[in-house]
Design a protein around this ligand. Sequence first.
Ligand code: AMP
Length: 245
Amino acid sequence: MKNILLLFGLAVVLLIGLTTYRNSKKEKPLVVILMGAPGAGKGTHSSELSKTLNIPHISTGDLCRENIKNETPLGKAAKELMDKGELVPDNIVVEMLFNHIHDKGYDLTGYILDGFPRTLIQAKALDQRLDKDYKKIALNLNIDEEKLIDRITGRLICTSCQTPFHKTNLPPKVEGKCDKCASDLYQRDDDTKEVLKNRLEAYNKDTKALIDYYQDSKVLKDIDSNGSKEIVLENLLKNINQKKS
Ligand code: AMP
């Protein structure tokens, strides 16, 4: 009887040890935060990274526009501010994003965040949600201001798959139609020179604190986004892979 109890105890200890070992080896989901002014390339690079890393891309700007289109209470609260190029209040964006992540089951896969966080309050809300169970990297796309104006005012976006084009630098094969899905292209209401001024002001106002925050927590990498799409993407992937290993 004594031996059976001893064997049973040994088996339990072994099982606990094995489970703990397996859990410690399990790869933590990766959360990539893409930061940068409007037009710095967050959307374009997020879609490419999403394909390469096989994790979803979430744009809070797209979520806001979707809520506006569907006339949800959150969308109604966001519309006027977005049209002026101002930031949507933190509680609204955080609720929209966290609901989306939960509904889609993205907590398990990890994700790429495009346009979030934009304030310190949002960054802290995200950290609270992630805790220690994730690998996190913040990539800050730096670009000259003249380039931003040109990119934003010439930008065209697919109404269906959100693929971005540019009137002169990256024109669609058929005018006004998406190369990927043939849906109509449109110019965003806030992609004008006048509204861009406000958007840049809003961005610059809150960015310094965010950069300091991520620098202090040693997760920030600065990326020069003036070069070609391919070079910037390569640089982004290099930094992400270093974080993963
Ligand atoms: P974007 O598509 O990232 O350029 O965002 C378009 C607009 O959506 C911004 O100018 C804001 O009005 C709103 N928005 C998107 N993400 C956020 C965010 N994280 N915090 C506050 N407002 C946001």
